[in-house]
Design a protein around this ligand. Structure first.
Ligand SMILES: [Zn+2]
Length: 179
């Protein structure tokens, strides 16, 4: 799969490039803004897709950790760094004003779906708490849907799902000194 970005609204559109030949022109209609545009397969613009980028799941381990979005039919694998405080997670769109947008076409992922709060406890250890952000389909953790005001603590490697999209928490490495 490859992706193109709508020139009008920046929405991503995924397509299966193996169905087409180099040099062939494809016409897309953006499902966000209905803009029609065309691309040609095999031109340089298409080469730099996420698929070929080297993805390092540990890249943010010394800061506040990250979430890994598992590749599925709607999205490439992505690693999204977390920060201290509330990390708002949802589907990227042109009006995105959340701090952890996922580039995905999964319609079951809301534009603002869930929140991971990162904070230090009394011992200086980072604590990760997941809660739903009033999403349409909810947030599943350990095969249970999170309740309305429920908050669950996530440990490193915790797996949770938003619709058809699965995410893994990669916690930061805890340092032994309490600076
Ligand atoms: Zn568009």
């Amino acid at each position: 799969m490859k992706r193109v970005r709508c020139p009008k609204c920046q929405n991503y559109i995924l397509f299966d490039e193996t169905k087409y030949k180099d040099g062939q022109s494809l016409v897309f209609v953006c499902d966000e803004c209905n803009k029609q545009f065309s691309i040609r397969i095999g031109v340089s613009k298409l080469k730099a897709t996420r698929k070929e980028e080297k993805i390092d799941e540990q890249e943010n381990k010394e800061a506040f950790g990250s979430i890994v979005v598992i590749e599925n039919q709607f999205a490439y694998k992505q690693v999204i760094p977390l920060r201290e405080g509330d990390n708002e997670i949802g589907r990227f769109n042109r009006d995105t004003n959340i701090n952890c947008p996922i580039e995905t076409t999964d319609p079951s992922v809301d534009f603002r779906h869930c929140i991971i709060n990162v904070k230090r406890n009394k011992n200086g250890e980072l604590v990760y708490n997941l809660r739903d952000a009033k999403s349409a389909v909810g947030v599943f953790y350990n095969n249970d849907i999170l309740g309305n005001k429920e908050q669950v603590r996530l440990e490193d490697g915790a797996i949770f799902t938003l619709g058809a999209t699965t995410l893994i928490l990669r916690a930061a490495e805890q340092s032994d000194n309490n600076e």
